[in-house]
Design a protein around this ligand. Sequence first.
Ligand SMILES: [Zn+2]
Ligand SMILES: [Zn+2]
Length: 277
Amino acid sequence: MIPDLIIGLIMLTALLVLEGTMPFYLGREQRLRHGLRNGSLAVLNGAIGALLAPLLMGAMAFAEQQGIGLLHWLSLDGSMLDGWPFPDLLATLLTLVLAVLLFDLWMYAWHRANHEIPFLWRFHQVHHTDPAMDATTALRFHPGELLISSLLNPLVILALGIGLTQLILYKSVMLTIILFHHSNVRVPSRWDARLRWLIVPPSMHRVHHSTIPRETNSNYGTVFSFWDRLFGSFRLRPDLQQIVFGTGHHDEPAWQTLPRLLRLPLAPTRTPTQYRQ
Ligand SMILES: [Zn+2]
Ligand SMILES: [Zn+2]
């Protein structure tokens, strides 16, 4: 989808500049090489997403025509908001907010499943084996993970009754937030703490990328931080500068090439459940 891609590219460019001028972790080397490697995974994933887009569009059209899915069943409209100013506009906005919240709840569940289910972790670990986290880490996913989620998303669209505008809005918000919370930008801690009440800021997601298992298995939120508070997976640590990024397995330079990252799901690995503390 074009609008969210454009928003993502603008956000990525802005963050790459900020990472160069006000980085949180100093002394980063080979930023370009690191970014190109993560970017090449993004290109592969973009191709898979484009190939499977008709499936997603078909699911949305079917849900719309048949009126199926939670949001269609609720069918919020202006008549339900009699007495309120601009009832039709308000109903549309409420539906949009609900769609974003519901899809983000699905993303929380999907991310958590990627840590809990050994087969899914084999793919998701590629995201976590990045030894230096920055905005490009938000693009680093194994094509296998993207393929599975692209096959599941049409079912989620059918269940929730999400439409094209709502999905584009969610994807735009999601891309903005995930690029931001992976970035190596020095965000004043007071701002970070305020943002944390609503969204997942860098302080939360840096903990999620720690090599310490109990930290990796926390902060699963994508856009909103309250899912982690609600489901007991919220975790902070004060010494963010001391975090070691990675899984503790396969983070070495030898694993940081595109062919090896693509083969990583085949390598013997310990699942998060096995090394949970
Ligand atoms: Zn994760
Ligand atoms: Zn991440």
